[in-house]
Design a protein around this ligand. Structure first.
Ligand SMILES: [Zn+2]
Length: 569
């Protein structure tokens, strides 16, 4: 069964996976001390000692500061966000990292445009024969003007392009034999149903199924608009989720050159039904047909007419980039560590505590990144290759800071072997399992398995492969830029507790603190878990630098082409 997967990262509806206890890799021996693990994994003794020195308390102190009310929730483009960026830059400087931002600084400026659709917006479907169907904003459709202008008009024919996917590795092209330039595409979310791992990765969602891909691909093909059909029957959320998330401001990179849609739009299933009926077609038949290779996109005898009014706001923020040169500066095995520092800021409309402190999300990832930089820079053994430390902005706006970074890397993507990302690592004690979803898609996975075993970690399988979690954190921006990347987090097993306890910790966080002002620092937090995944990442990174060659995606993976040829995804 396929589920529509709305990208919660931009929509503040994302809930971490409800963790089901599916554990692979039956290694059950007691956890080796991390120092032993280091020598066991071939790290130089001095590097293993630095890894061992990674300290939970120091991670906690970074979190304490970053989650302070004085930082006002670290909103992108706000004072508190900029204070966080400068705090991280100061730490990088104190550690002796080289600035890798703009003009010899640690800061890489990122420009943004916020676009809010206003009530003066109107849209209609006009069939060649029969009455025009006026659509009600929010009730029947939502729309955003990506071109970042106050007002735009569209009057163009609609072309049904099925899933709207062009995926050479799966021999699939919904745009074959059809020109959508200047037209509006009608598209289904998700991807063709499959149980075959070689065809859209079976039941796991590929990026082709994501709604963001649909808009990007339509724009690349020269369409002026895209209408995504919302299918309540298959979605794990209702229309109100779409409506609510699009009633606010959508944020885009202000200085990227990607093609843009005048109307990035969702329509209700019943509106799509009327649209097909007006074209003498049956919606259900067309949806079924779209799941087959024989499907042929077709222009419908209906025009989409719209006038979209928007409030446009420009602002800027910064990625924070520090570089540790390696012994070998010319090699292709640099390693990157990343974590987003932004959070949701302040909600002026909320009474009481209205500061989204983001202690866990993602003070913890920043604390890990900083302590990792500290460990690398204090190591008596110099890393074989350069190490990039990247604290990125605007993750909560749709992974935009990392998106920009991927397009403006201080080290070319082809020279980076691996990016390890950290996002929201619960500070709850000694972990005995880790989550490394996406690692299994790379040639590095045997090393990940070996390292997990040396640390006494089980590798926890992705409990919801169909939900596309891989596409919802900053490592994805690196993957689509050509860098093998995944996030490292704890699983549900913790020392001294049954797995149900770990699961309950995640659930409690999701229900009570995730994306709420209550995601605050408390003195009882136990950052041992954060230190453990930091040590694990340190060992992984060092091994990636020592390996015989760089890391690649496994053959046939959706990111293989961009890794090998630098092609746009
Ligand atoms: Zn978040």
């Amino acid at each position: 069964m396929y589920f529509i997967s709305l990208g919660a990262d931009t929509m503040n509806i994302y809930r971490p996976a409800v963790l089901v206890l599916v554990l692979t890799c039956g290694f059950m021996a007691g956890a080796a001390a991390a120092g032993d693990a280091g020598s066991q994994l071939g790290l130089p003794a001095n590097a293993a000692a630095s890894m061992q020195g990674i300290d939970a308390h120091r991670i906690g102190e970074h979190v304490r500061f970053l989650a302070n009310d004085l930082l006002e929730g670290r909103g992108t483009g706000t004072r508190g966000g900029d204070i966080a960026a400068n705090y991280i830059a100061a730490q990088f400087a104190l550690y002796g990292l080289k600035p890798a931002g703009d003009n010899g600084s640690y800061l890489q400026k990122v420009e943004f445009v916020g676009v809010k659709t206003l009530a003066g917006t109107s849209a209609a479907l006009q069939p060649a024969r029969g009455a025009t169907l006026d659509l009600k904003l929010a009730e029947d459709y939502v729309a955003g003007n990506q071109t970042q202008t106050d007002s735009v008009d569209i009057d163009a024919p609609i072309v049904f392009v099925g899933y709207g996917i062009e995926a050479p590795e799966y021999n699939w092209n919904d745009f074959k034999g059809v020109d959508v330039k200047g037209k509006v595409v009608l598209v289904i979310v998700n991807e063709p149903p499959s149980k075959d791992p070689k065809f859209f990765n079976a039941e796991a969602l590929t990026y082709y199924g994501r709604w963001t891909y649909k808009f990007e691909q339509a724009a690349r093909k020269g369409a002026v608009g895209a209408l995504i059909i919302h299918r309540t029957d298959l979605a794990s959320y209702g229309w109100e989720v779409v409506r609510n998330s699009w009633s606010g401001e959508q944020v885009y990179l202000g200085n990227d050159k990607d093609p843009k849609l005048k109307a990035a739009s969702w329509i209700q299933l019943e509106i799509a039904r009327k649209l097909f009926t007006a074209s003498n077609l049956n919606l259900d038949e067309m949806l079924t047909a779209a799941g087959t290779r024989q499907f042929q996109a077709r222009e419908l005898p209906v025009r989409f007419k719209a006038h979209i009014e928007s409030k446009v706001r420009k602002f800027e923020s910064y990625n924070v980039l520090g570089l540790l040169p390696g012994k070998d500066s010319g090699g292709s095995q640099a390693v990157a560590y990343s974590a987003h520092y932004d959070h949701l800021g302040i909600d002026p409309a909320m009474s009481g505590d209205n500061i989204y402190n983001g202690a866990v999300d993602n003070g913890t990832g920043c604390g890990i990144l900083l302590e990792m930089a500290h460990a690398f820079t204090t190591s008596a053994a110099r890393p074989p290759s350069p190490v990039l430390f990247a604290a990125v902005t605007a993750e909560e706006k749709g992974m935009l800071g990392s998106n920009y970074l991927g397009k403006h890397l201080p080290i070319p993507a082809g020279k980076i072997a691996l990016d390890l990302n950290y996002d929201a690592i619960l500070p709850v004690g000694v972990p005995q399992s880790v989550n490394v979803t996406g690692a299994e898609r790379t040639s590095f996975y045997p090393t990940v398995e070996k390292t997990a075993a040396a640390f006494g970690f089980e590798i926890q399988a992705d409990a919801e492969p169909g939900a596309g979690h891989y596409y919802r954190s900053d490592h994805f921006s690196m993957a689509r830029a050509g860098v093998p990347a995944f996030s490292v987090n704890t699983g549900v097993k913790f020392a001294g507790h049954p797995p149900e306890w770990g699961k309950a910790q995640h659930e409690e966080y999701t229900a009570k603190r995730y994306h709420r002002p209550s995601d605050e620092f408390t003195p009882d937090m136990d950052f041992t878990s954060d230190a453990a995944v930091a040590k694990f990442g340190f060992a992984l990174g060092w091994q990636a630098m020592l390996a015989k060659g760089t890391v690649n995606w496994l053959p046939g993976d959706e990111f293989e082409a961009v890794r090998l040829h630098g092609a746009a995804h």
